[in-house]
Design a protein around this ligand. Structure first.
Ligand code: ADP
Length: 552
Protein backbone atom coordinates (compact mmCIF):
# COMPACT_ATOMS: atom_id res chain seq x y z
CA UNK A 1 0.00 0.00 0.00
CA UNK A 2 1.54 3.26 -1.02
CA UNK A 3 -1.29 5.53 0.01
CA UNK A 4 -1.17 7.29 -3.34
CA UNK A 5 -4.38 8.09 -5.19
CA UNK A 6 -5.09 5.75 -8.07
CA UNK A 7 -7.25 8.21 -9.93
CA UNK A 8 -10.46 8.00 -7.93
CA UNK A 9 -12.23 11.34 -7.63
CA UNK A 10 -15.42 12.81 -6.29
CA UNK A 11 -17.75 14.89 -8.42
CA UNK A 12 -17.17 18.55 -8.94
CA UNK A 13 -20.57 19.93 -7.97
CA UNK A 14 -20.18 23.67 -7.56
CA UNK A 15 -21.91 25.07 -4.49
CA UNK A 16 -24.31 27.48 -6.18
CA UNK A 17 -27.15 29.29 -4.45
CA UNK A 18 -29.72 28.20 -7.04
CA UNK A 19 -29.09 24.58 -6.04
CA UNK A 20 -30.74 25.43 -2.72
CA UNK A 21 -33.96 26.60 -4.33
CA UNK A 22 -33.92 23.72 -6.85
CA UNK A 23 -33.63 21.30 -3.94
CA UNK A 24 -36.42 23.01 -2.00
CA UNK A 25 -38.77 23.06 -4.99
CA UNK A 26 -38.09 19.47 -5.92
CA UNK A 27 -38.12 17.90 -2.47
CA UNK A 28 -40.23 20.29 -0.44
CA UNK A 29 -42.25 21.94 -3.18
CA UNK A 30 -45.50 22.09 -1.21
CA UNK A 31 -43.95 23.59 1.90
CA UNK A 32 -45.34 27.03 2.50
CA UNK A 33 -43.68 30.41 2.27
CA UNK A 34 -46.03 32.82 4.00
CA UNK A 35 -45.63 36.59 4.13
CA UNK A 36 -47.47 39.68 5.14
CA UNK A 37 -47.33 42.04 2.20
CA UNK A 38 -46.75 45.77 1.84
CA UNK A 39 -50.22 46.08 0.31
CA UNK A 40 -51.69 45.11 3.66
CA UNK A 41 -52.59 41.49 2.96
CA UNK A 42 -51.08 38.07 3.35
CA UNK A 43 -49.49 35.91 0.67
CA UNK A 44 -49.37 32.13 0.86
CA UNK A 45 -46.79 30.70 -1.51
CA UNK A 46 -44.66 27.54 -1.66
CA UNK A 47 -41.03 26.72 -2.38
CA UNK A 48 -42.11 25.43 -5.80
CA UNK A 49 -43.75 28.74 -6.59
CA UNK A 50 -40.80 30.76 -5.26
CA UNK A 51 -38.51 28.85 -7.61
CA UNK A 52 -40.79 29.25 -10.62
CA UNK A 53 -41.12 32.97 -10.09
CA UNK A 54 -37.40 33.35 -9.33
CA UNK A 55 -36.71 31.82 -12.75
CA UNK A 56 -39.01 34.45 -14.26
CA UNK A 57 -37.07 37.18 -12.45
CA UNK A 58 -33.86 35.69 -13.84
CA UNK A 59 -35.25 35.66 -17.38
CA UNK A 60 -36.53 39.23 -16.99
CA UNK A 61 -33.14 40.46 -15.88
CA UNK A 62 -31.43 38.68 -18.76
CA UNK A 63 -33.87 40.35 -21.17
CA UNK A 64 -32.98 43.71 -19.61
CA UNK A 65 -29.34 43.11 -20.46
CA UNK A 66 -28.14 42.37 -16.95
CA UNK A 67 -25.00 40.26 -17.08
CA UNK A 68 -22.91 38.05 -14.86
CA UNK A 69 -21.50 39.94 -11.88
CA UNK A 70 -23.74 43.02 -12.32
CA UNK A 71 -25.25 44.33 -9.11
CA UNK A 72 -29.03 44.36 -8.72
CA UNK A 73 -30.18 46.09 -5.56
CA UNK A 74 -33.18 45.50 -3.32
CA UNK A 75 -34.75 47.94 -0.88
CA UNK A 76 -37.33 45.65 0.60
CA UNK A 77 -38.79 43.91 3.64
CA UNK A 78 -38.95 40.18 4.23
CA UNK A 79 -41.56 38.96 1.74
CA UNK A 80 -41.97 36.18 -0.82
CA UNK A 81 -41.23 38.67 -3.60
CA UNK A 82 -37.96 39.65 -1.98
CA UNK A 83 -36.95 36.00 -1.62
CA UNK A 84 -37.89 35.32 -5.26
CA UNK A 85 -35.86 38.35 -6.36
CA UNK A 86 -32.85 37.16 -4.40
CA UNK A 87 -32.85 33.71 -5.98
CA UNK A 88 -33.62 35.16 -9.40
CA UNK A 89 -30.82 37.72 -9.26
CA UNK A 90 -28.07 35.41 -8.07
CA UNK A 91 -29.48 32.49 -10.09
CA UNK A 92 -28.89 34.34 -13.36
CA UNK A 93 -25.36 35.27 -12.30
CA UNK A 94 -25.92 38.78 -10.98
CA UNK A 95 -25.26 39.93 -7.43
CA UNK A 96 -28.17 40.63 -5.04
CA UNK A 97 -27.30 43.80 -3.18
CA UNK A 98 -29.55 44.28 -0.14
CA UNK A 99 -29.79 47.92 0.90
CA UNK A 100 -30.78 48.75 4.47
CA UNK A 101 -33.63 51.30 4.21
CA UNK A 102 -33.00 52.51 7.74
CA UNK A 103 -29.67 54.02 6.80
CA UNK A 104 -29.40 57.77 6.32
CA UNK A 105 -30.35 58.91 2.84
CA UNK A 106 -26.78 59.97 2.08
CA UNK A 107 -25.56 56.50 2.99
CA UNK A 108 -28.15 54.83 0.75
CA UNK A 109 -27.02 57.02 -2.15
CA UNK A 110 -23.38 56.32 -1.37
CA UNK A 111 -23.94 52.56 -1.23
CA UNK A 112 -25.98 52.33 -4.44
CA UNK A 113 -23.42 54.40 -6.34
CA UNK A 114 -20.45 52.59 -4.85
CA UNK A 115 -21.98 49.21 -5.74
CA UNK A 116 -22.82 50.52 -9.22
CA UNK A 117 -26.27 48.96 -8.94
CA UNK A 118 -27.97 48.70 -12.34
CA UNK A 119 -31.50 47.82 -11.25
CA UNK A 120 -33.38 48.53 -8.04
CA UNK A 121 -36.20 46.30 -6.78
CA UNK A 122 -38.17 48.06 -4.04
CA UNK A 123 -41.27 47.85 -1.91
CA UNK A 124 -44.28 50.18 -1.97
CA UNK A 125 -43.15 51.59 1.40
CA UNK A 126 -40.18 53.19 -0.33
CA UNK A 127 -41.78 54.85 -3.36
CA UNK A 128 -41.36 58.38 -1.96
CA UNK A 129 -37.82 57.67 -0.80
CA UNK A 130 -36.75 56.22 -4.15
CA UNK A 131 -38.36 59.07 -6.09
CA UNK A 132 -36.47 61.53 -3.93
CA UNK A 133 -33.11 59.78 -4.21
CA UNK A 134 -33.33 58.71 -7.88
CA UNK A 135 -31.69 61.89 -9.26
CA UNK A 136 -28.67 61.10 -7.09
CA UNK A 137 -28.38 57.43 -8.12
CA UNK A 138 -25.67 57.44 -10.77
CA UNK A 139 -25.94 53.93 -12.20
CA UNK A 140 -29.49 52.65 -11.66
CA UNK A 141 -31.18 52.20 -15.04
CA UNK A 142 -34.41 50.41 -14.11
CA UNK A 143 -36.78 50.56 -11.15
CA UNK A 144 -38.90 47.51 -10.36
CA UNK A 145 -41.71 48.05 -7.88
CA UNK A 146 -42.45 44.86 -5.95
CA UNK A 147 -46.22 44.95 -6.34
CA UNK A 148 -49.12 44.19 -8.67
CA UNK A 149 -50.87 46.43 -11.21
CA UNK A 150 -53.66 47.40 -8.81
CA UNK A 151 -51.18 48.96 -6.40
CA UNK A 152 -48.95 50.80 -8.86
CA UNK A 153 -48.82 54.53 -8.12
CA UNK A 154 -50.79 56.50 -10.68
CA UNK A 155 -48.22 59.15 -11.30
CA UNK A 156 -44.59 58.71 -10.56
CA UNK A 157 -41.64 60.72 -11.74
CA UNK A 158 -39.96 57.38 -12.38
CA UNK A 159 -40.56 54.94 -15.19
CA UNK A 160 -41.61 52.11 -12.88
CA UNK A 161 -41.80 48.45 -13.83
CA UNK A 162 -44.62 46.52 -12.15
CA UNK A 163 -43.03 43.34 -10.72
CA UNK A 164 -46.07 41.07 -11.08
CA UNK A 165 -46.75 42.13 -14.66
CA UNK A 166 -43.09 41.97 -15.55
CA UNK A 167 -42.50 38.43 -14.34
CA UNK A 168 -45.83 37.23 -15.76
CA UNK A 169 -44.42 37.96 -19.21
CA UNK A 170 -41.23 35.94 -18.67
CA UNK A 171 -40.52 32.27 -19.35
CA UNK A 172 -39.91 30.12 -16.28
CA UNK A 173 -37.55 27.65 -17.93
CA UNK A 174 -34.42 29.66 -18.58
CA UNK A 175 -31.55 27.60 -17.18
CA UNK A 176 -29.76 28.98 -14.14
CA UNK A 177 -26.28 30.35 -14.70
CA UNK A 178 -23.43 27.84 -14.60
CA UNK A 179 -20.85 29.65 -12.52
CA UNK A 180 -17.71 29.07 -10.56
CA UNK A 181 -18.78 28.51 -6.96
CA UNK A 182 -16.56 31.40 -5.90
CA UNK A 183 -18.51 33.85 -8.07
CA UNK A 184 -20.29 36.59 -6.11
CA UNK A 185 -23.95 36.02 -5.18
CA UNK A 186 -24.75 38.80 -2.73
CA UNK A 187 -23.53 42.11 -1.40
CA UNK A 188 -24.27 43.73 1.94
CA UNK A 189 -22.76 46.88 3.40
CA UNK A 190 -21.87 47.15 7.08
CA UNK A 191 -23.67 49.90 8.96
CA UNK A 192 -20.48 51.93 9.04
CA UNK A 193 -20.62 53.45 12.51
CA UNK A 194 -17.41 55.20 11.53
CA UNK A 195 -16.49 56.24 7.99
CA UNK A 196 -18.30 55.08 4.89
CA UNK A 197 -20.09 51.73 4.89
CA UNK A 198 -18.03 48.89 3.44
CA UNK A 199 -19.37 46.16 1.20
CA UNK A 200 -19.12 42.48 2.02
CA UNK A 201 -19.52 40.39 -1.11
CA UNK A 202 -20.78 36.86 -0.40
CA UNK A 203 -19.95 34.10 -2.84
CA UNK A 204 -22.25 31.27 -3.93
CA UNK A 205 -19.97 28.89 -2.10
CA UNK A 206 -19.90 30.89 1.13
CA UNK A 207 -23.69 31.21 1.17
CA UNK A 208 -24.28 27.51 0.53
CA UNK A 209 -21.74 26.35 3.10
CA UNK A 210 -23.19 28.80 5.62
CA UNK A 211 -26.75 27.59 4.93
CA UNK A 212 -25.73 23.97 5.45
CA UNK A 213 -23.93 24.77 8.69
CA UNK A 214 -26.90 26.81 9.90
CA UNK A 215 -29.23 23.78 9.62
CA UNK A 216 -27.15 21.61 11.96
CA UNK A 217 -28.74 20.42 15.19
CA UNK A 218 -26.54 22.55 17.39
CA UNK A 219 -26.82 25.55 15.12
CA UNK A 220 -30.45 26.40 14.27
CA UNK A 221 -31.48 22.75 14.37
CA UNK A 222 -34.05 23.06 11.60
CA UNK A 223 -35.57 20.59 9.16
CA UNK A 224 -38.64 19.91 7.05
CA UNK A 225 -40.93 19.93 10.10
CA UNK A 226 -39.69 23.35 11.26
CA UNK A 227 -41.56 26.62 10.88
CA UNK A 228 -39.06 29.44 10.87
CA UNK A 229 -39.63 33.16 11.00
CA UNK A 230 -36.73 35.51 10.34
CA UNK A 231 -37.67 38.83 11.90
CA UNK A 232 -34.11 39.99 11.27
CA UNK A 233 -34.49 41.70 7.90
CA UNK A 234 -33.01 40.33 4.70
CA UNK A 235 -30.87 43.46 4.47
CA UNK A 236 -29.32 42.68 7.87
CA UNK A 237 -26.70 40.08 6.98
CA UNK A 238 -29.07 38.03 4.79
CA UNK A 239 -31.73 37.69 7.53
CA UNK A 240 -29.08 35.55 9.19
CA UNK A 241 -29.25 33.28 6.15
CA UNK A 242 -32.75 32.00 6.92
CA UNK A 243 -34.08 32.26 3.32
CA UNK A 244 -31.14 30.03 2.30
CA UNK A 245 -31.23 27.77 5.36
CA UNK A 246 -34.96 27.04 5.14
CA UNK A 247 -34.59 26.18 1.46
CA UNK A 248 -31.69 23.85 2.22
CA UNK A 249 -33.75 21.89 4.75
CA UNK A 250 -37.25 22.43 3.36
CA UNK A 251 -38.68 24.25 6.37
CA UNK A 252 -41.79 26.41 6.22
CA UNK A 253 -40.77 30.07 5.97
CA UNK A 254 -42.84 32.80 7.63
CA UNK A 255 -42.19 36.51 7.11
CA UNK A 256 -43.88 39.60 8.50
CA UNK A 257 -43.15 41.95 5.59
CA UNK A 258 -42.97 45.57 6.75
CA UNK A 259 -44.19 44.78 10.28
CA UNK A 260 -41.96 44.77 13.34
CA UNK A 261 -44.52 45.60 16.03
CA UNK A 262 -44.97 43.03 18.75
CA UNK A 263 -48.77 42.54 18.31
CA UNK A 264 -48.39 41.68 14.60
CA UNK A 265 -45.37 39.45 15.16
CA UNK A 266 -47.10 37.62 18.00
CA UNK A 267 -50.25 37.06 15.96
CA UNK A 268 -48.21 35.63 13.12
CA UNK A 269 -46.10 33.41 15.37
CA UNK A 270 -49.24 31.91 16.90
CA UNK A 271 -51.27 31.63 13.68
CA UNK A 272 -48.54 30.04 11.56
CA UNK A 273 -47.28 27.78 14.38
CA UNK A 274 -43.78 29.24 14.18
CA UNK A 275 -41.34 27.22 16.31
CA UNK A 276 -38.16 29.25 15.75
CA UNK A 277 -38.04 33.02 15.28
CA UNK A 278 -34.92 35.14 15.01
CA UNK A 279 -34.38 38.80 15.85
CA UNK A 280 -32.25 41.32 17.72
CA UNK A 281 -32.84 41.81 21.48
CA UNK A 282 -34.84 45.04 21.04
CA UNK A 283 -37.60 43.12 19.23
CA UNK A 284 -37.76 40.47 21.96
CA UNK A 285 -37.80 43.13 24.65
CA UNK A 286 -40.80 44.74 22.95
CA UNK A 287 -42.45 41.30 22.73
CA UNK A 288 -42.00 40.69 26.46
CA UNK A 289 -43.59 44.03 27.28
CA UNK A 290 -46.47 43.29 24.94
CA UNK A 291 -47.07 39.84 26.40
CA UNK A 292 -46.88 41.23 29.92
CA UNK A 293 -49.49 43.86 29.07
CA UNK A 294 -51.88 41.59 27.18
CA UNK A 295 -51.38 38.25 28.93
CA UNK A 296 -50.82 36.65 25.51
CA UNK A 297 -48.61 33.69 24.64
CA UNK A 298 -46.32 32.57 21.82
CA UNK A 299 -48.19 29.52 20.61
CA UNK A 300 -45.87 26.79 19.27
CA UNK A 301 -42.70 28.85 19.60
CA UNK A 302 -40.09 26.77 21.39
CA UNK A 303 -36.94 28.73 20.57
CA UNK A 304 -35.83 32.24 19.75
CA UNK A 305 -32.49 32.93 18.13
CA UNK A 306 -31.29 36.25 19.45
CA UNK A 307 -28.18 38.06 18.31
CA UNK A 308 -26.86 41.33 16.98
CA UNK A 309 -26.23 42.58 20.50
CA UNK A 310 -25.86 40.91 23.86
CA UNK A 311 -28.88 39.18 25.36
CA UNK A 312 -29.64 40.20 28.95
CA UNK A 313 -29.90 37.41 31.53
CA UNK A 314 -33.30 38.71 32.61
CA UNK A 315 -34.61 38.22 29.06
CA UNK A 316 -33.44 34.60 28.93
CA UNK A 317 -35.08 33.94 32.30
CA UNK A 318 -38.35 35.67 31.40
CA UNK A 319 -38.79 33.65 28.20
CA UNK A 320 -37.91 30.42 30.04
CA UNK A 321 -40.12 30.91 33.02
CA UNK A 322 -43.09 32.80 31.64
CA UNK A 323 -43.41 31.43 28.12
CA UNK A 324 -41.41 28.19 28.06
CA UNK A 325 -39.42 29.53 25.12
CA UNK A 326 -35.71 28.85 25.02
CA UNK A 327 -33.52 31.79 24.11
CA UNK A 328 -30.52 30.77 22.04
CA UNK A 329 -27.95 33.46 21.79
CA UNK A 330 -25.91 33.84 18.66
CA UNK A 331 -23.12 36.08 17.65
CA UNK A 332 -21.97 37.10 14.24
CA UNK A 333 -21.45 39.98 11.93
CA UNK A 334 -22.14 41.09 8.37
CA UNK A 335 -18.54 40.12 7.62
CA UNK A 336 -19.33 36.53 8.73
CA UNK A 337 -22.48 35.87 6.66
CA UNK A 338 -23.29 36.31 9.70
CA UNK A 339 -22.91 33.20 11.89
CA UNK A 340 -19.93 32.86 14.21
CA UNK A 341 -21.11 31.29 17.44
CA UNK A 342 -24.33 29.94 18.90
CA UNK A 343 -25.27 29.02 22.44
CA UNK A 344 -26.71 25.52 22.15
CA UNK A 345 -25.70 23.77 25.37
CA UNK A 346 -23.03 21.10 25.57
CA UNK A 347 -23.88 18.06 27.75
CA UNK A 348 -21.75 19.57 30.54
CA UNK A 349 -23.74 22.79 30.47
CA UNK A 350 -27.13 21.10 30.10
CA UNK A 351 -26.43 19.12 33.27
CA UNK A 352 -25.82 22.22 35.40
CA UNK A 353 -28.30 23.70 37.88
CA UNK A 354 -30.37 26.46 36.25
CA UNK A 355 -28.47 29.48 37.61
CA UNK A 356 -25.12 28.04 36.54
CA UNK A 357 -26.48 27.06 33.16
CA UNK A 358 -27.55 30.68 32.76
CA UNK A 359 -23.95 31.78 33.36
CA UNK A 360 -23.17 29.99 30.09
CA UNK A 361 -26.29 31.07 28.25
CA UNK A 362 -25.45 34.73 28.67
CA UNK A 363 -22.25 34.00 26.78
CA UNK A 364 -22.36 34.37 23.00
CA UNK A 365 -21.91 30.66 22.35
CA UNK A 366 -19.55 28.20 20.72
CA UNK A 367 -18.04 28.20 17.26
CA UNK A 368 -20.08 26.65 14.47
CA UNK A 369 -18.08 24.20 12.35
CA UNK A 370 -16.44 26.39 9.72
CA UNK A 371 -15.46 29.15 12.13
CA UNK A 372 -12.07 29.26 13.84
CA UNK A 373 -11.57 31.72 16.68
CA UNK A 374 -8.77 32.94 18.89
CA UNK A 375 -8.20 35.90 21.19
CA UNK A 376 -5.02 37.95 21.12
CA UNK A 377 -3.42 40.73 23.15
CA UNK A 378 -2.39 44.12 21.78
CA UNK A 379 0.85 42.61 20.43
CA UNK A 380 -1.09 39.88 18.58
CA UNK A 381 -0.03 37.12 20.99
CA UNK A 382 -2.63 34.41 21.49
CA UNK A 383 -4.26 34.46 24.95
CA UNK A 384 -5.34 31.41 26.96
CA UNK A 385 -8.80 29.91 26.59
CA UNK A 386 -9.47 30.06 30.32
CA UNK A 387 -12.65 32.14 30.38
CA UNK A 388 -10.78 34.96 32.12
CA UNK A 389 -8.20 36.43 29.79
CA UNK A 390 -9.78 38.75 27.28
CA UNK A 391 -8.47 40.19 24.06
CA UNK A 392 -9.30 40.98 20.46
CA UNK A 393 -11.38 38.28 18.87
CA UNK A 394 -9.93 37.00 15.58
CA UNK A 395 -11.78 34.71 13.17
CA UNK A 396 -11.08 32.59 10.10
CA UNK A 397 -13.31 30.48 7.89
CA UNK A 398 -14.94 29.89 4.49
CA UNK A 399 -17.85 32.33 5.03
CA UNK A 400 -15.79 35.12 6.58
CA UNK A 401 -14.82 38.20 4.60
CA UNK A 402 -11.45 38.11 2.84
CA UNK A 403 -11.48 41.68 1.58
CA UNK A 404 -14.12 44.38 1.30
CA UNK A 405 -15.85 45.17 -1.97
CA UNK A 406 -13.54 47.04 -4.36
CA UNK A 407 -10.70 46.56 -1.88
CA UNK A 408 -11.94 49.23 0.54
CA UNK A 409 -9.97 49.21 3.75
CA UNK A 410 -7.03 47.50 2.02
CA UNK A 411 -5.57 44.34 3.47
CA UNK A 412 -7.90 43.30 6.28
CA UNK A 413 -6.50 39.87 7.11
CA UNK A 414 -3.25 39.30 8.96
CA UNK A 415 -0.48 37.18 7.50
CA UNK A 416 -2.16 33.99 8.77
CA UNK A 417 -5.55 34.91 7.34
CA UNK A 418 -7.22 36.04 10.58
CA UNK A 419 -9.87 38.78 10.53
CA UNK A 420 -10.09 41.13 13.50
CA UNK A 421 -13.76 41.32 14.53
CA UNK A 422 -13.39 44.56 16.50
CA UNK A 423 -14.85 42.69 19.47
CA UNK A 424 -13.09 42.03 22.76
CA UNK A 425 -13.90 38.60 24.16
CA UNK A 426 -13.01 35.67 26.39
CA UNK A 427 -12.92 32.00 25.36
CA UNK A 428 -13.47 29.30 27.98
CA UNK A 429 -12.33 25.67 28.18
CA UNK A 430 -15.72 24.44 26.90
CA UNK A 431 -15.31 26.63 23.84
CA UNK A 432 -17.84 29.31 24.86
CA UNK A 433 -16.99 32.79 23.67
CA UNK A 434 -18.16 35.80 25.63
CA UNK A 435 -18.09 39.30 24.24
CA UNK A 436 -16.70 41.75 26.76
CA UNK A 437 -17.43 44.71 24.54
CA UNK A 438 -16.82 46.23 21.15
CA UNK A 439 -13.25 47.47 21.34
CA UNK A 440 -14.45 51.05 20.82
CA UNK A 441 -17.20 50.88 23.47
CA UNK A 442 -15.29 49.37 26.34
CA UNK A 443 -14.83 51.88 29.20
CA UNK A 444 -11.22 52.43 30.10
CA UNK A 445 -11.15 53.28 33.79
CA UNK A 446 -7.82 53.67 35.59
CA UNK A 447 -6.04 51.26 33.25
CA UNK A 448 -8.76 48.60 33.69
CA UNK A 449 -11.65 47.84 31.39
CA UNK A 450 -15.33 47.99 32.24
CA UNK A 451 -17.70 46.18 29.90
CA UNK A 452 -20.54 48.47 28.88
CA UNK A 453 -22.45 45.38 27.74
CA UNK A 454 -22.23 43.67 31.14
CA UNK A 455 -23.42 46.78 32.94
CA UNK A 456 -26.33 47.24 30.54
CA UNK A 457 -27.38 43.65 30.93
CA UNK A 458 -27.45 43.82 34.71
CA UNK A 459 -29.21 47.20 34.75
CA UNK A 460 -31.96 46.05 32.42
CA UNK A 461 -32.88 43.39 35.00
CA UNK A 462 -33.81 46.10 37.54
CA UNK A 463 -37.58 46.31 38.01
CA UNK A 464 -38.97 49.39 36.30
CA UNK A 465 -36.15 49.60 33.74
CA UNK A 466 -37.20 49.16 30.10
CA UNK A 467 -33.83 49.76 28.43
CA UNK A 468 -30.32 50.62 29.59
CA UNK A 469 -27.24 51.91 27.81
CA UNK A 470 -23.79 52.64 29.16
CA UNK A 471 -21.15 54.92 27.71
CA UNK A 472 -17.75 56.04 28.95
CA UNK A 473 -17.51 59.72 29.87
CA UNK A 474 -14.15 61.49 30.29
CA UNK A 475 -12.96 61.71 33.87
CA UNK A 476 -9.95 63.75 35.11
CA UNK A 477 -8.68 61.06 37.42
CA UNK A 478 -9.79 57.75 35.94
CA UNK A 479 -9.63 58.58 32.22
CA UNK A 480 -13.22 57.36 31.68
CA UNK A 481 -16.10 56.42 33.95
CA UNK A 482 -19.47 54.85 33.13
CA UNK A 483 -22.64 56.86 32.61
CA UNK A 484 -25.81 54.77 32.74
CA UNK A 485 -28.69 55.97 30.59
CA UNK A 486 -32.11 54.54 31.42
CA UNK A 487 -35.52 54.39 29.75
CA UNK A 488 -38.14 53.69 32.41
CA UNK A 489 -40.97 51.21 31.86
CA UNK A 490 -44.21 53.01 31.15
CA UNK A 491 -45.85 54.28 34.31
CA UNK A 492 -43.05 53.11 36.65
CA UNK A 493 -41.11 55.68 38.66
CA UNK A 494 -37.83 53.87 39.30
CA UNK A 495 -35.15 56.24 40.71
CA UNK A 496 -31.37 56.42 40.41
CA UNK A 497 -31.10 55.25 44.02
CA UNK A 498 -33.30 52.21 43.30
CA UNK A 499 -31.03 51.31 40.39
CA UNK A 500 -27.85 51.79 42.43
CA UNK A 501 -29.27 49.60 45.20
CA UNK A 502 -30.18 46.94 42.63
CA UNK A 503 -26.71 46.99 41.03
CA UNK A 504 -24.78 47.08 44.31
CA UNK A 505 -24.59 43.30 44.90
CA UNK A 506 -24.40 42.36 41.23
CA UNK A 507 -21.34 44.20 39.96
CA UNK A 508 -17.83 45.00 41.18
CA UNK A 509 -17.84 48.15 43.30
CA UNK A 510 -15.61 50.07 40.90
CA UNK A 511 -18.02 49.33 38.05
CA UNK A 512 -20.81 51.35 39.70
CA UNK A 513 -21.84 54.05 37.19
CA UNK A 514 -20.80 57.54 38.31
CA UNK A 515 -24.09 58.94 37.07
CA UNK A 516 -27.52 57.71 35.98
CA UNK A 517 -29.62 59.74 33.54
CA UNK A 518 -33.20 59.11 32.46
CA UNK A 519 -34.31 59.63 28.87
CA UNK A 520 -37.50 58.94 26.89
CA UNK A 521 -35.70 57.04 24.19
CA UNK A 522 -32.29 55.53 23.48
CA UNK A 523 -31.11 55.91 19.86
CA UNK A 524 -30.83 52.71 17.81
CA UNK A 525 -28.79 51.90 14.72
CA UNK A 526 -30.23 50.81 11.40
CA UNK A 527 -29.97 47.22 12.62
CA UNK A 528 -31.69 47.82 15.96
CA UNK A 529 -28.66 48.12 18.22
CA UNK A 530 -28.00 50.80 20.77
CA UNK A 531 -26.32 53.59 18.85
CA UNK A 532 -23.38 54.36 21.08
CA UNK A 533 -22.00 57.01 18.73
CA UNK A 534 -25.25 59.02 18.83
CA UNK A 535 -25.54 58.54 22.57
CA UNK A 536 -22.00 59.79 23.08
CA UNK A 537 -22.89 62.83 20.95
CA UNK A 538 -26.05 63.40 22.99
CA UNK A 539 -23.99 63.42 26.16
CA UNK A 540 -20.98 65.25 24.71
CA UNK A 541 -19.56 67.61 27.30
CA UNK A 542 -21.42 65.80 30.10
CA UNK A 543 -19.82 66.50 33.50
CA UNK A 544 -19.90 63.58 35.89
CA UNK A 545 -20.56 64.62 39.52
CA UNK A 546 -17.45 62.63 40.48
CA UNK A 547 -15.39 64.66 38.02
CA UNK A 548 -16.13 67.84 40.02
CA UNK A 549 -14.92 66.12 43.18
CA UNK A 550 -11.78 64.81 41.51
CA UNK A 551 -11.04 68.19 39.91
CA UNK A 552 -11.83 70.08 43.13
P1 ADP B 1 -24.13 46.26 12.20
O1 ADP B 1 -23.21 46.97 13.15
O2 ADP B 1 -24.20 46.73 10.82
O3 ADP B 1 -25.43 45.84 12.83
P2 ADP B 1 -23.29 43.59 12.35
O4 ADP B 1 -24.61 42.99 12.50
O5 ADP B 1 -22.33 42.99 11.43
O6 ADP B 1 -23.36 45.00 11.86
O7 ADP B 1 -22.66 43.77 13.78
C1 ADP B 1 -21.75 42.85 14.28
C2 ADP B 1 -21.41 43.16 15.69
O8 ADP B 1 -22.57 43.06 16.52
C3 ADP B 1 -20.45 42.19 16.31
O9 ADP B 1 -19.13 42.48 15.95
C4 ADP B 1 -20.71 42.37 17.79
O10 ADP B 1 -20.05 43.49 18.30
C5 ADP B 1 -22.18 42.66 17.83
N1 ADP B 1 -22.92 41.45 18.19
C6 ADP B 1 -23.54 40.57 17.39
N2 ADP B 1 -24.13 39.59 18.10
C7 ADP B 1 -23.86 39.84 19.40
C8 ADP B 1 -24.18 39.19 20.64
N3 ADP B 1 -24.91 38.09 20.70
N4 ADP B 1 -23.70 39.75 21.77
C9 ADP B 1 -22.96 40.88 21.75
N5 ADP B 1 -22.65 41.52 20.62
C10 ADP B 1 -23.08 41.03 19.46
Amino acid sequence: MTGTCAGGTMQDWPLLVWKLIDHAARNHGQREVVSLTCEGGENRSTWASVRRRARQVAAGLRAMGIGTGDRVATLAWNTHRHVESWYGISGMGAVAHTINPRLFEDQIVYIANHAEDRVLFFDLTFVKLVEKLAPRFETIERYVLLTDRAHMPEDSALDLICYEEWIAGQPDDMPWAELDENAPAGLCYTSGTTGNPKGVQYSHRSNVLHAMAACMTDTFGVGARSVVMPIAPMYHANAWSIPYTTAACGAKLVMAGPHFDAPTLQRMIVKEKVDLALAVPTIWLGMLQHLEKTGGNLGHLTRTGIGGSAVPRAMIEAYDKLYNVRVIQLWGMTEMSPLGTIGMPTPEVAALPYEQELDYRVKQGRAVFGVEMKIVDEAGRELPRDGKAFGRLMVRGPWIVGSYFKGDGGQILDSEGWFDTGDVATLDPLGYMQIVDRSKDVIKSGGEWISSIDLENVAVGCPGVAEAAVIGVPHPKWDERPLLVIVRKEGVDVTADDIRAYLSDKIAKWWMPDAIEFVDEIPHTATGKIQKVALRQQFAGYRLPTAEVAAG
